[in-house]
Design a protein around this ligand. Structure first.
Ligand code: SF4
Length: 330
């Protein structure tokens, strides 16, 4: 059992995190406004746990993932990895955490250097971290290829010679090369055919069991995160609006936004009719989010106070683990 598993410390704690990007305007490119991509998010992930983070395109979920991996320097808030604050550390101080926290990207073709061989791509993290010599790194690459279900002869080939699913396996091999503890999976199956999606999800589940990994699994599709997530958080316009364990979110969603996402999941049984809750209007701009509850411009249950008062994410009275940000429950 990992030390932090034994002492109850979460592998990841995110506290009131904000990532506001300055927006340059006018011919002088002055900064007057900010894109509030992440606007006060708090969450935790326990060792060996998968948190599914779901929301429409542009809700800030990928930005949050990039803050957690410290590809972005957050504007405000805190990120704690195994209890250590890594929010503002950089350079050499950050290097050990770069081993422990890895990322899998959505588009394997874009995230893999097309001019490098698969062997070079997978061993790159080992080279950057100055781990092992040439022979030991080559041995490790072959082990990793075997772990993700690719033949050893792949080492001398290039990414374009592989299918989308195989390329994602290469990306996964690279992400586990340093034996990380936490992997941010940023829409890892969104670019793949449905039949290949389940193979990659099963591979991630197997790797999690084998290496005691924790995942922050980002997706825009609730159906995709269903089988892999222990808990699910729903994000809308830079904020989490609902979170609970996976089963509860699917069966007892309370927030009107979550309910609309669930109603959009296709049901394979033709006799089972579900009422689709189609949202009106587009997602508002995070540069100028609506006042009060940011969902009030599209919410089918909007009430008078919704446009002026921002609801807090609070536990439901009858279920502490189930948190919802909506005036219907406050
Ligand atoms: Fe809808 Fe109001 Fe709840 Fe927001 S607070 S989700 S607008 S009912």
């Amino acid at each position: 059992m990992a030390d932090n598993q034994a002492n109850g410390t979460p592998i990841l704690q995110v506290r009131d995190l904000k990532m506001h990007f300055p927006v340059k305007e006018g011919i002088l490119l002055r900064t007057g406004k900010f894109n509030k991509a992440v606007d006060g998010v708090s969450l935790e992930i326990q060792p060996g746990e998968t948190l599914g983070l779901v929301g429409e395109s542009g809700c800030g979920k990928s930005t949050l993932g990039r803050c957690v991996t410290r590809l972005y320097q957050p504007t405000d808030g805190r990120i704690l990895f195994e209890g250590t604050d890594i929010t503002n550390i950089n350079g050499k101080e950050l290097m050990p955490f770069r081993q422990d926290i890895q990322m899998i990207f959505q588009d394997p073709m874009e995230s893999l250097n097309a001019r490098h061989t698969v062997g070079d791509i997978i061993q790159e993290p080992l080279v950057v971290q100055k781990i092992g010599d040439k022979a030991s790194r080559q041995k490790r690459v072959k082990e990793l290829l075997d772990t993700v279900g690719l033949p050893a002869r792949s080492v001398t080939r290039y990414p374009f010679e592989f299918s989308g699913g195989q390329r994602q396996r290469i990306g996964i091999a690279r992400s586990i090369a340093l034996n990380p503890k936490l992997i941010v999976c940023d829409e890892p199956v969104s670019a793949l055919d449905v039949s290949i999606q389940s193979q990659i999800l099963n591979l991630l589940i197997e790797l999690q069991k084998e290496f005691s990994l924790s995942y922050l699994f980002i997706a825009h599709d609730l159906a995709v995160v269903k089988h892999i997530s222990d808990r699910i958080a729903i994000m809308y316009l830079g904020k989490i609006v609902e979170s609970s364990d996976g089963e509860t979110v699917y069966r007892e969603a309370r927030h009107p936004y979550t309910q609309s996402l669930i109603s959009a999941i296709p049901v394979p049984d033709p006799h089972h009719k579900t009422e689709r809750q189609v949202l009106i209007g587009d997602v508002p701009s995070p540069i100028n989010p609506p006042s009060g509850c940011s969902f009030h411009t599209r919410c089918p249950k909007v009430m008078g106070e919704c446009s002026s008062q921002q609801p807090n994410l609070i536990p439901l009275a009858d279920a502490e683990e189930h948190q919802v940000s909506c005036h219907l429950y406050s």
